[in-house]
Design a protein around this ligand. Structure first.
Ligand code: NAP
Length: 493
């Protein structure tokens, strides 16, 4: 079986210890690849390479904006040529239905194109000022931060990599990248594309291995100027603590437990479909999943009946055959989700459907969980408070708008939220009250390169995507020019 290696200083390299890790297809439980299992030493080599690239050779950083944009467009074109293979790779590695993986690849390609466009957009501001020292012309310039460490999760392997790499490279940084060891394969392909496209040696470095070794070394290194991380809130906290050492810049995209408030004046069939997308898309392994579903008591029974019928009609299978639901990413994740199902039952929620592993036919060896609905949940239940990261909907009935808003905000997280109603004023009123970074009205989950992505409270720090996503990877410098040369006579008073 071919070994997937690290990419350091423009060359592929095994880990210094020769240790490897297995990559498993979650639909079958079979090993599909081996990767390097890197150590602190491998990571430090990659950091040294990025540091040399940024501070010594400066090839990538010194390119003008148009040349950097051309490279990003070239990368997008190469990804487009390999679209089918990239999508199949994410499906094999992560389990997601192929049509969802294809959507991810298209979004990733557009993300590189979007940041290629932004690189050539005007930037900076100018001022004419005088604060008593004579007339000055003042302007700002955006510069790359330096060496950026980037660490990603497994739920959108290619897309999460792209959301970090495209803006960081657009800004002119050099990068050390660690993907999740669960699903690293499409990111390895992306680095093959960087190599083929001719990215300068050292500007992009890939280190494969565990978070405890590679991720921790990146986050705590004195030679890394910035660390950006997408993953769980718990690991995000440890990264922030590691980063304190040299006060590096930190960007955190963390977990969530987002609400979906469904009022009785909604389009009921539309609300049911968006609730399914909000809960079951990507097998529910979505940070912005809106699986805490608050339904107004007047339509509660009709909503649950329709949701149950549509959920039970969902197809389950190997992602390659394009079912509605594929496997969860790993055996551990499946067991974690089934553990939450047991908790829900024990704490008194009503199991409407699902709630067990699925092992029919081709699914026998995979990590499948039937799409699950719990009804009559209450705010204090574990399944309502904690991020499950699996296909589990938790329905909580409510009576008044104020009650729904209060329960929606009763969480330590603040990533996303949804409201379904035909009353525009009510929708805007509720959206204004929800303490979260990403909100949807009469829809759930659509995401755009143009719009900022990120959370309030314990869902993170900073924003990805949009112009904000580029600014995260930049420092801003002010330059002040005296418009009259010579002494100003400050001490002659
Ligand atoms: P995770 O366990 O936090 O892992 C994320 C990444 O961090 C992996 O690459 C992991 O490496 C690495 N890591 C683990 N321990 C580390 C440490 N001590 N220091 C540095 N890095 C470390 O999260 P996950 O299970 O992969 O992903 C699911 C989570 O991601 C959910 O909570 C979800 O909400 C969140 N997420 C958030 C967003 C967002 O935009 N807000 C988007 C997607 C996912 P290994 O696993 O390879 O050891």
């Amino acid at each position: 079986m071919e070994l997937k290696k690290n990419y350091i200083d423009g060359a592929w390299a095994e880990s210094v210890t020769g240790r490897t890790q297995e990559v498993i297809n979650p639909a079958t439980g079979e090993i599909i690849a081996l990767t390097a299992d890197s150590s602190e030493e491998d990571t430090n080599r990659a950091i040294a390479s990025a540091k040399r690239s940024f501070y010594v050779t400066r090839e990538w950083r010194n390119l003008n904006g148009q040349a950097r944009a051309d490279m990003l467009l070239n990368i997008a074109a190469l990804m487009d040529q390999k679209r089918a293979l990239l999508a199949q790779t994410d499906t094999l590695d992560n389990g997601k239905p192929l049509r969802e993986a294809e959507g991810d690849v298209d979004d990733a390609i557009h993300c590189f194109r979007y940041y290629a466009g932004l690189v050539t957009a005007p930037s900076g501001v100018t001022y004419d000022v005088n604060d008593g020292f004579g007339p000055m012309h003042s302007y700002t310039v955006a510069e790359p931060v330096g060496v950026c460490g980037q660490i990603t999760p497994w739920n959108y392997p290619l897309l999460m990599s792209t959301w970090k790499l495209a803006p960081a490279l657009a800004a002119g940084n050099s990068v050390v990248f660690k993907p999740s060891s669960n699903c690293p394969l499409s990111t390895v392909m992306l680095f093959e594309i960087f190599h083929e496209a001719g990215m300068p040696a050292g500007s992009v470095n890939l280190v494969l291995g565990s978070g405890g070794a590679v991720g921790h070394t990146i986050a705590s290194s004195m030679d890394v100027d910035m660390v950006t991380f997408t993953g769980s809130t718990k690991v995000g906290q440890s990264i922030a603590a590691d980063a304190v050492k040299n006060l590096k810049k930190v960007g955190l995209e963390l977990g969530g437990k987002s609400p979906n408030i469904i009022f009785d004046d909604c389009d009921l069939d539309g609300a049911v479909e968006w609730a399914m997308i909000g809960t079951f898309f990507n097998q529910g392994q979505v940070c912005s999943a809106c699986a805490r579903i608050y339904v107004q008591d007047t339509i509660h029974d009709a909503f649950v009946e329709k949701l149950k019928a549509k959920t039970e009609a969902m197809t389950i299978g190997n992602g390659l055959s394009n079912p509605d639901i594929g496997p969860l990413v790993s055996k551990d994740q499946m067991e974690k989700v089934l553990g939450y199902v047991e908790k829900g039952k024990a704490e008194g929620a009503t199991l409407v459907t699902g709630g067990c592993r699925y092992t029919e036919g081709e699914c026998a060896g995979g990590f499948f969980v039937k799409p699950t609905i719990f009804d009559n949940c209450t705010q204090n239940m574990t399944i309502v408070r904690e991020e499950i990261f699996g296909p589990v909907a938790c329905i909580v009935p409510f009576h008044t708008e104020a009650e729904a808003v209060e329960m929606a905000n009763d969480t330590e997280y603040g990533l996303a939220g949804t409201v379904c109603t035909k009353d525009g004023a009510k929708a805007i009123r509720v959206m204004k009250e929800i303490r979260a970074g990403i909100l949807w009205i009469n829809c759930c989950q659509p995401t755009f390169n143009q719009a900022p992505w990120g959370g309030y409270k314990m869902s993170g720090i900073g924003r990805e995507l949009s112009v904000h996503g580029l600014e995260e990877y930049q420092e801003v410098k002010q330059v002040n020019i005296a418009l009259e040369t010579g002494p100003i006579g400050w001490y002659e008073h």
